[in-house]
Design a protein around this ligand. Structure first.
Ligand code: G3H
Ligand code: 13P
Ligand code: ZN
Length: 349
């Protein structure tokens, strides 16, 4: 199966009332882990690469690996997505490579650190939407800013610093025509999201629900959605790691989000923890080993287990065979003739 438009994946998820995990990749083993999990659970899937990942793996290596994944797993719908694009040029280069979806994260300026103004965000996102839709490519925008910093990307601070304003979310969706909207509800990237199990004072599910009520047909995206499970933290620490006590986003809160318009759920940190724990264990218990396959195989298996579990929890499991892919050129025609609308349904306050 060729790579599929993310818009198609999310529209199908909305029809079925489930969420789709978007898992970050940097290398072959992570791509394989996701495909093994998707195959086992019969799930459609979003694979995403950050700017850092594209640089680390080199664009062409990473993209060819994704193409191999699609060729080897023709029964699985896969969307390939640019995570946190920082500029029009970043998104354009992903589209030129063949990505079927891009995130224009205009919530920050191109330095990936400084929060941008609302007007700057609208302007750059609209420019990406025009370019991408002409080519049948999906666009995710972001309004509000997440907490924390990952690989130099992020405004820093707590997740509560720039929570999305529902009125701005409506205006942003109307003026940009994005296919999916990432909102800030108190989560951060990385392992250190919350200092205790989050409640409504730090994880603003009420804001998410308010935005969904105003934008009932807009696909919402939850970033920073790793759950940072204690058992994964414990494995890392048992075998020589040094993680401080921390909490992520409980799966039941993500499921509440999915019941309220969340269609894309971004997960990276949980997989990083699973991989690191598995590698540490092998090297700790058998220090004489030095063949990378001896630790990369269990690492890949550990990530596969986490991804498969999330696929079941998000509800995408079992939906991989529900639909045939629509050619990206047909998707482009749909945007052009208005059958694939990008004007959100806006409910009165
Ligand atoms: O956006 C955050 C993802 O976890 C990607 O992180 O920029 O370190 O690759 P990264
Ligand atoms: P986590 O750090 O919670 O896994 O978030 C990943 C993410 O949002 C990628 O864009
Ligand atoms: Zn993110």
């Amino acid at each position: 199966m060729p790579l599929v438009s993310m818009r198609q994946l999310l529209d199908e998820a909305a029809k079925g009332g489930y969420g789709v995990g978007a898992f970050n990749v940097n290398d072959m083993e992570q791509i394989q882990a996701i495909m093994m999990a998707a195959k086992e659970t019969k799930s459609p899937v979003i694979v995403q690469a950050s700017r850092g990942a594209r640089q680390f793996a080199e664009d062409l290596y990473l993209f060819r690996l994704i193409q191999a994944a699609a060729e080897l797993n023709p029964e699985i719908p896969i969307a390939m997505h640019q995570d946190h694009g920082n500029s029009f040029e970043t998104c354009k280069s992903a589209i030129e490579l063949g990505y079927t979806s891009v995130m224009m994260d205009g919530s920050l300026q191109a330095d990936g650190k400084t929060p941008s103004s609302f007007e700057e965000n609208v302007e750059v996102t609209r420019k990406v939407v025009d370019y991408a839709h002409e080519r049948g490519v999906t666009v995710e925008g972001e309004i509000g800013v997440l907490g924390g910093v990952e690989d130099g990307h992020g405004a820093g601070g707590s997740g509560l610093d720039h929570i999305t304003d529902p009125d701005q979310a409506v205006e942003f969706a109307e003026r940009t025509g994005v296919d999916a909207l990432a909102i800030a509800i108190g989560t951060s990237h990385g392992a250190y999201k919350f200092t205790k199990k989050p409640d409504g004072s730090v994880l603003k599910m009420d804001v998410l629900i308010a935005i969904h009520k105003r934008l009932p047909n807009t696909h919402l995206v939850m970033h920073g959605s790793s759950s940072v499970p204690k058992d994964l933290q414990d494995i890392v620490n048992k075998y020589g790691g040094n993680l401080k006590e921390t909490w992520g986003v409980p799966v039941e809160e993500i499921q509440l989000g999915i019941r309220n318009g969340v269609r894309k759920v971004n997960v990276d940190t949980d997989n990083r923890l699973a991989i690191t724990g598995a590698i540490r264990k092998v090297l700790w218990e058998t220090p004489e080993k030095f063949d990378p396959r001896d630790y990369m195989k269990p690492a890949r298996e550990a990530m596969k287990k986490v991804v498969a579990q999330r696929m079941v929890e998000f509800g995408q499991a079992g939906h991989g065979g529900d639909y045939a892919p629509i050619d990206i050129k047909e998707i482009a025609k749909g945007y052009a003739n208005g059958t694939l609308t990008t004007q959100p349904l806006v409910a009165a306050k």
